[in-house]
Design a protein around this ligand. Structure first.
Ligand SMILES: [Zn+2]
Ligand SMILES: [Zn+2]
Length: 645
C-alpha cells in the first residue's frame, strides 16, 4: 500500500496510507481536531471528512473558526430543513437551498402555503433529526442512473437541475430518508448542528423566473452556539423595530403609492423637511468646497446615451425610450452625460480645472418589481452627484478632498464607524479595461496614496474594479452595526474619450481631462432610509421634523403655551402647541411616539416665572428652564447640527 504525504498548515508533512479517511487523518493528528472538524480542504478542494485520501497536498481541516466553516454548517442546516419538510409534507418538492450571508433558505414547490404553525412543526422535526444524529452520507451516481432515481422519487425540480448541471458522475447527500443532489461538502452528521431557528417563509420563483413555478422560500439561520444565535435574533428584532418602512408610516415621513407605481417615493411634509435640511447642509458645504451647482434635464435624446455607451452596458437598468417627434428620448439613469455636455459647452483651458460640477440629480432606473424595498431599492431617486474634471497632477488633492468630505458626512450624521474598500483592476487581464496602463497606475496610485497618507484603513480588492476605472467605496456602519454602502469615488477612463473631452494645457496643446464621478450620500432616498434606521426615527434636533412640542397643563395655560410657541417660532425652531382636550399624559405619550426631542410642559408656575418644564424624549423629566435660556440652547443645538441630540 502506498503512502500519501499531506502538508499541514504549520508546514509539517505527514504520511498516511492511501484510502485513509480524512476523519481518521484528523484523529491521528489529535482528538480535539477530530471533534471540531466539519470538513477538510485538500489541495484547494473542499471535501467531506468521509473522503478517502487518494493524493496528497496541502491539507487543512475546516472548523467553526475557518472562513468556509459557517457556510458549510449553514448549508447542512438547509439540508436538515429539507429533510424535515419532506418528511412532514410529502407533497413538498425541494428546489435549491443555499447558505446566505445571514443564514440559509430552502425553496419548495407546494400548492398549499406553509403557515407559521407549519414552521413550528418543521422546527420540532428538525430538532428530532438533530437528536437522531443522522450522518450526511455522500453517494455518487452515474448521471442517467441517478436521474432515474430522482424521477422515481417524483423530484422533478431536482431532475431538471441534474439535467442541466450534473457531471457524468454526480454526488448526492443522504440525511435519513432525504436525498439531495448536491456538490457538498457537508458536516459529518446532523447532531453537530447546535443552534438554529426558522425565521420566515416568503414567495419566490423557480430559478428566479416569474414565469416559472411559484416556490415557497423558508428562511432560517444557524450558529455554532446558542449565544451567537440569541445575539443575532436580538439584533434582528432591533432591526425590525427600526425598519424604515414601519417608521416611515408611523412618523408620516414618506409613502409609496400603488396608484403611482412601485419604487417611486412620495415625501410627506415631515420627510420633506428632513430632506430640505440634508440638502441645505449639502449645498452649503459643496459651495464652501469649490463645487459649482448645476441642473440638467430629466429626459434627453436617446442618441446621447448611445454616445455615452449606456445603451450598451447599462440598457437593462434603463426605462424604455419615449418616442417624441421622429426621435426618441430617454429618462436619465445617470447624471454624467449631462455634466459632460456642460463641460463641452465651450472650449476649456487648464486654468478652469479642476472643475467640480455638482447636482442633486434625480435619476430613473429600471428595477424588477419583485426587488424593490422601501427607500433602499427604488426606481426613481436623487443622487448627490458630482463630476470632477481635472489634470493628472491634481488628482491626489481631489481624491483627498472627496474622502475628507465623506468623513464630514459621517460626523454630521452621527456615524462613528466606517469601512473603506479600494477596488482595483485585475493585473492579469489589462485587456478587460478601458484606459491605458499609465492611466490606471496613476489613478490606483492616487487612491492608495491618499488613503495611506490620511491613515485610513482600507481593504484592497484587486479584480473588483469596473471596466472604466478604479474606485473607493466608503461604507457607514450604523447604530446596530450594519454596514451601508453610500459613498463612492469612481474614476472614469471611458467617458472623456467617448465624448472627446479636452482642455488646452499650459503647453497650448489639447489634453484629455481626468474624470471622477463621486457621490457621498449616494441616493438621498436610500440615505434617508439608512438615517431612519440609524436613529430609529429619533432624529437629532437639527433634523427632527418637529423640534419641540408645547403642552399646556390645562385650558387656562393655553395663552402662555401659545406665547412659548411664538417665541420659539421667532427663533426659527419647528414647534407645535398641543392644546387638544386630552389628558396631559396622553399628549406626552403622543409626542413621545412621534419622537419629538423636546416636550415643554407649561402650567401656573411656568407662566409666572416665564419658564418651561422640560421633558426629553430619551431621558424624560429634565427640570425647569427659563424660556430665553431654552430658546438659545435649542438654537445652538440646531446651528451646530449636534449629531447626538
Ligand atoms: Zn446541498
Ligand atoms: Zn457619473
Amino acid at each position: 500500500m502506498t503512502n500519501v504525504p499531506v502538508t499541514l498548515p504549520d508546514g509539517t508533512v505527514k504520511e498516511f496510507p492511501q484510502g485513509t479517511k480524512l476523519l481518521e487523518v484528523a484523529q491521528a493528528i489529535g482528538p480535539r481536531l477530530a471533534a471540531s472538524a466539519l470538513a477538510a480542504k485538500l489541495d484547494g478542494r473542499l471535501l467531506d471528512l468521509t473522503t478517502p485520501l487518494e493524493s496528497g497536498g496541502p491539507l487543512q481541516f475546516i472548523t467553526s473558526g475557518s472562513p468556509e466553516g459557517l457556510e458549510i454548517y449553514r448549508h447542512s442546516t438547509a439540508h436538515l430543513l429539507a429533510a424535515a419538510v419532506t418528511d412532514l409534507f410529502p407533497d413538498a418538492h425541494p428546489g435549491v437551498g443555499p447558505a446566505t450571508d445571514t443564514g440559509f433558505f430552502y425553496d419548495f414547490y407546494r400548492e398549499k402555503p406553509f403557515t407559521e404553525d407549519d414552521l413550528q412543526h418543521i422546527e420540532a422535526k428538525m430538532r428530532e433529526i438533530v437528536k437522531a444524529d443522522f450522518p450526511n452520507e455522500r453517494v455518487d451516481y452515474p448521471k442517467e442512473q441517478g436521474k432515474k432515481l430522482f424521477e422515481q422519487m417524483g423530484e422533478f425540480l431536482k431532475c431538471e437541475l441534474i439535467e442541466e448541471k450534473a457531471d457524468p458522475v454526480f454526488s448526492a447527500y443522504r440525511t435519513g430518508k432525504f436525498l439531495d443532489f448536491c456538490r457538498g461538502p457537508h458536516i459529518p452528521s446532523t447532531g453537530r448542528i447546535k443552534a438554529f431557528k426558522l425565521l420566515s417563509v416568503a414567495g419566490a420563483y423557480w430559478k428566479g423566473d416569474e414565469h416559472s413555478h411559484p416556490m415557497q422560500r423558508i428562511y432560517g439561520t444557524s450558529f455554532f452556539s446558542q449565544k451567537e444565535l440569541d445575539d443575532f435574533l436580538t439584533q434582528l428584532e432591533e432591526a425590525r423595530k427600526r425598519d424604515h418602512r414601519k417608521l416611515g408610516r408611523e412618523l408620516d415621513l414618506f409613502s409609496i403609492q400603488d396608484e403611482a407605481g412601485p419604487g417611486l417615493i412620495f415625501w410627506h411634509p415631515k420627510g420633506g423637511i428632513i430632506r430640505k435640511e440634508i440638502e441645505d447642509w449639502l449645498r452649503a458645504e459643496l459651495l464652501a468646497r469649490g463645487y459649482d451647482l448645476v441642473y440638467t434635464p430629466h429626459a434627453m435624446r436617446l442618441h446621447l446615451w448611445e454616445t455615452s455607451g449606456h445603451t450598451n452596458f447599462y440598457r437593462e437598468n434603463m426605462f424604455g425610450p419615449m418616442p417624441v417627434e421622429n426621435d426618441h428620448y430617454q429618462l436619465k439613469p445617470m447624471n454624467c452625460p449631462g455634466h459632460i455636455l456642460i463641460y463641452k459647452s465651450r472650449a476649456r483651458s487648464y486654468r478652469e480645472l479642476p472643475m467640480r460640477l455638482a447636482e442633486l440629480g434625480t435619476v430613473y432606473r429600471y428595477e424588477r418589481s419583485g426587488v424593490m424595498h422601501g427607500l433602499l431599492r427604488v426606481r426613481g431617486f436623487t443622487q448627490d452627484d458630482a463630476h470632477i474634471f481635472c489634470m493628472p497632477d491634481q488628482l491626489e488633492a481631489e481624491v483627498q478632498a472627496c474622502v475628507d468630505f465623506a468623513f464630514l458626512v459621517l460626523k454630521t450624521f452621527g456615524f462613528d464607524r466606517y469601512e473603506v474598500e479600494l477596488s482595483a483592476r485585475d493585473p492579469a487581464h489589462p485587456e478587460h479595461y478601458a484606459g491605458t496602463v499609465e492611466d490606471w497606475n496613476l489613478a490606483e496610485g492616487a487612491l492608495k496614496n491618499t488613503l495611506e497618507r490620511m491613515n485610513v484603513p482600507f481593504k484592497y480588492m484587486p479584480g473588483e474594479a469596473v471596466f472604466y476605472g478604479p474606485k473607493i467605496d466608503v461604507k457607514l456602519v450604523d447604530a446596530i452595526g450594519r454596514p451601508w454602502q453610500l459613498t463612492t469615488v469612481q474614476f472614469d477612463f471611458n467617458l472623456p474619450s467617448r465624448f472627446g473631452l479636452e482642455y488646452a494645457g499650459a503647453d497650448g496643446h489639447p489634453h484629455t481631462p481626468v474624470m471622477v464621478h463621486r457621490a457621498l450620500l449616494g441616493s438621498i432616498e436610500r440615505f434617508f432610509g439608512v438615517l431612519i434606521e440609524h436613529y430609529a426615527g429619533a432624529f437629532p434636533v437639527w433634523l427632527a421634523p418637529v423640534q419641540a412640542m408645547v403642552l399646556p397643563i390645562s385650558d387656562k395655560h393655553q395663552a402662555y403655551a401659545r406665547e412659548v410657541g411664538e417665541e420659539l417660532r421667532k427663533a426659527r425652531v419647528r414647534v407645535q402647541v398641543d392644546d387638544r382636550n386630552e389628558k396631559l399624559n396622553a399628549r406626552i405619550r403622543d409626542a413621545q411616539l412621534q419622537k419629538i426631542p423636546f416636550m415643554l410642559v407649561v402650567g401656573d408656575r411656568e407662566a409666572q416665572s416665564r419658564s418651561v418644564a422640560l421633558r426629553r424624549r430619551d431621558t424624560g423629566d429634565a427640570g425647569s428652564r427659563p424660556l430665553p435660556e431654552f430658546v438659545a440652547w435649542v438654537r445652538q443645538l440646531i446651528d451646530t447640527r449636534a449629531a447626538k441630540w
